[in-house]
Design a binder for this molecule. Sequence first.
Ligand code: AMP
Ligand code: MG
Length: 415
Amino acid sequence: MPLLLNVDKALAQILDDMQPLDSESVALAESLDRIIANGIAAPLDLPPFDNSAMDGYAIRHEDSVDASPQHPATFRVTQDISAGAAPTGSLQPGQAARIMTGAPVPTGCSAVAPVEDSDDNWRKGSNPAPPQQVQIYSSYAFGANIRRKGENIECGATIMRAGTIIQPAEIGMLAAIGCARFEVLRKPKVVILGSGDELVDVHEPLGAGKIRDTNSYTLAGLIRQAGGIPIRLPIARDNLSEIRALYRRALGINPDMIISSAGVSVGAADLVREVMDELGDIDFWRINMRPGKPLAYGALRGIPFFGLPGNPVSTMVTFEVLVRPALAKLAGRALHRKTIRATVAEDMRSDGRRSYDRVRLSREGSGIVAHSTGSQSSGALMSMLLADGLVIIPEGQRLVPAGSELPVLLLRAFE
Ligand code: AMP
Ligand code: MG
């Protein structure tokens, strides 16, 4: 048997070839889950001015010394400052300004007494004119209930580092600093190709000998999940001119990656190989993995290309093992993927290649047990629907006795 390429070596070469993408500008409202391309510093203080944390009365704190319900401090109300308004003058001794939460405090103000702590029983919302005088029932320390300019963020401070994934809080902060558009890493645009005389699209009737194209749909889902933008092209018939036209069309889109399924098995390879030789530099790899031994990899006119095996499970598993990490590198994203250890519930067999068998996981006692999802045929897509993960049987091992512990690559969250 000719030497098979080790999975880790294949992945290392693939990752070495991937160049992270450049950036593009995005509008704030469209930026959720995007990745900030450059660090962002605050161009202003936040809050931008000293303001009141309460609805109440802005005072000079020293005027409230010793105030209590029995001996209130009395103030003359000289201003009424609502949120969004500017103070009209500074506070003199014995003066107070009625003030709303978020309104700028006047010069001279060194504390805000909440309205609940005064004899003013104004109800929120009715907003009558302020009283001429107000009594305050406690004393306040310097700065009480005042939010200081810059106490949240000082002008010039870094608020987000390059590589931050934008979540709602980041969106809020970017709005606060007036950042309406900014640079984020571009999402990889990935063209999906397929070919086969037997394949019909989902809405077409099944004629004799036909099956529906599933791979272009599963790939589109996987690509989107990995942060890419999938572009599905119609399936080509098994002839040179259609396959050539399809690949030319893919290149015309100028994508960041091209993924084809089918066409790399022994019987099918020749047609695709001819087109590959015309358009790029593609190696036909025989990888030491199951499923997924035959796989074409390289570049078409400089664009990274994967020719994945056509059987639906092989397509998905090779995507998980080799393409998802490549896409993550293009997209500048960490590959959030977990491998856990589990005990296999029943004997498992392999042919000596590194095998990725589909398993359902369950927590039993203090450990995690992996059960086969049934037929592991590379055409049995049901095995993927039922799978929580892929148990990895190392190369060289043909029998895994029940009770052995092996790594499982999680396909979905498992708590
Ligand atoms: P091939 O590499 O063309 O010999 O295909 C290998 C197997 O994968 C065959 O059974 C094909 O019918 C199947 N296959 C290829 N492409 C697809 C597809 N897009 N959807 C579903 N099955 C496919
Ligand atoms: Mg085919």
